[in-house]
Ligand binder design. Structure first.
Ligand code: BGC
Length: 245
C-alpha cells in the first residue's frame, strides 16, 4: 500500500501513489485542471475525484497547499482563492476524502522530497529549497528536518514583495530574457543568503527544467544547484509526510 500525494498548484491538481523506497510514482499520475474559482470546496471535490481514480481506498494521503499551513489550518492565500484563509484543510479534506489527510505547504513538501530523495540527500546543515513558479516557495531543511512555513517568497526587497519581481510568473509576464531574470534572482538570493546563511540553496519548480539557461547566471557566494525531482516533488513530499504520521 503506497501513500498518495496530491499537489494543489495554480494550473493543475495532480495526484499519484508514491513508492517510498525509491521516491518514484508507483502508478501513472492523474491530473485535473485547477478550478477557476479555487475555493476550498471546489478543490476538495477535484481531489476526491482524483483519489477515486486509484483502486486503493486505504492508503494515507498527503496534500499540498500553496499557502501557510499550521496544524492543518491554512492562514495565507497569495495565489489561491482568499477563502482558503482560516480554512481547516485537515478537517475539510479528511471529510471530503473519507480518510485521515495531512496538509502541508507546497514548497515544504518539495523541500522534504529533495532532502529525502533528491539533490539534498545527505546534505547536513541548513538547506534552503526554493520553488520558482507562480509565486516563490521556500523550505528550510536543517539536518534533514523540515522547519515549515518559511515563506521567503514574500521577503520585501527594494520595496517589492520578492515573488512579484523574481518568480517565474514575473519572467513570463514581463517577457524577461534569461539574463534579465537571473539578475533579479541574484538580488533575491543575495538577500536570502545575507539573512539566513544557508549551506546550500536548491532551485526547484517547473522552470528548473530550463536550469542550463539561467542557473550559471545567478551570482551568489552560496552553493546553488537545481532540484532533481522538479514537478514530482510536491506529490512525493506530501506522500512521504502522510506515511510519517
Ligand atoms: C505562497 C507560499 C507558496 C509559494 C509557492 C507563495 O505565494 O505564499 O505559501 O509556497 O507561493 O506556491
Amino acid at each position: 500500500m503506497h501513500p498518495i500525494g496530491i499537489d494543489f498548484g495554480g494550473s493543475g491538481i495532480k495526484a499519484a501513489p508514491v513508492d517510498l523506497s525509491t521516491g518514484e510514482f508507483a502508478a501513472e499520475r492523474e491530473r485535473i485542471e485547477t478550478p477557476e474559482k479555487s475555493t476550498p470546496d471546489a478543490v476538495a471535490e477535484v481531489m476526491a475525484e482524483l483519489l477515486s481514480r486509484f483502486d486503493d481506498q486505504l492508503s494515507p494521503v498527503g496534500v499540498t497547499v500553496p499557502g501557510v499551513v499550521r496544524h492543518g489550518v491554512v492562514s495565507s492565500a497569495a495565489n489561491i482563492h482568499k477563502s482558503w484563509i482560516g480554512t481547516d484543510a485537515h478537517a475539510l479534506l479528511t471529510k471530503a476524502l473519507g480518510r485521515e489527510v495531512v496538509a502541508l505547504n507546497d514548497a515544504d513538501a518539495a523541500g522534504l522530497a529533495e532532502a529525502r530523495y533528491g539533490v539534498a540527500v545527505n546534505r547536513p546543515g541548513l538547506v534552503l529549497v526554493t520553488t520558482l513558479g507562480t509565486g516563490i516557495g521556500s523550505a528550510f531543511v536543517y539536518d534533514g528536518v523540515l522547519v515549515p512555513n518559511s515563506e521567503l517568497g514574500h521577503l520585501e526587497i527594494d520595496g517589492h514583495d520578492a515573488e512579484s519581481r523574481a518568480a517565474n510568473s514575473a519572467r513570463k509576464r514581463e517577457d524577461l530574457s534569461w539574463e534579465e531574470w537571473a539578475e533579479r534572482l541574484t538580488t533575491y538570493y543575495r538577500t536570502v543568503e545575507a539573512l539566513f546563511s544557508p549551506d546550500l540553496i536548491v532551485v526547484g519548480g517547473g522552470v528548473s527544467k530550463h536550469a542550463t539557461e539561467f542557473m550559471h547566471l545567478i551570482d551568489i557566494d552560496t552553493e546553488i544547484i537545481s532540484a532533481t525531482l522538479r514537478n514530482t516533488a510536491g506529490i512525493v513530499g506530501a506522500a512521504a509526510l502522510a506515511a510519517d504520521q
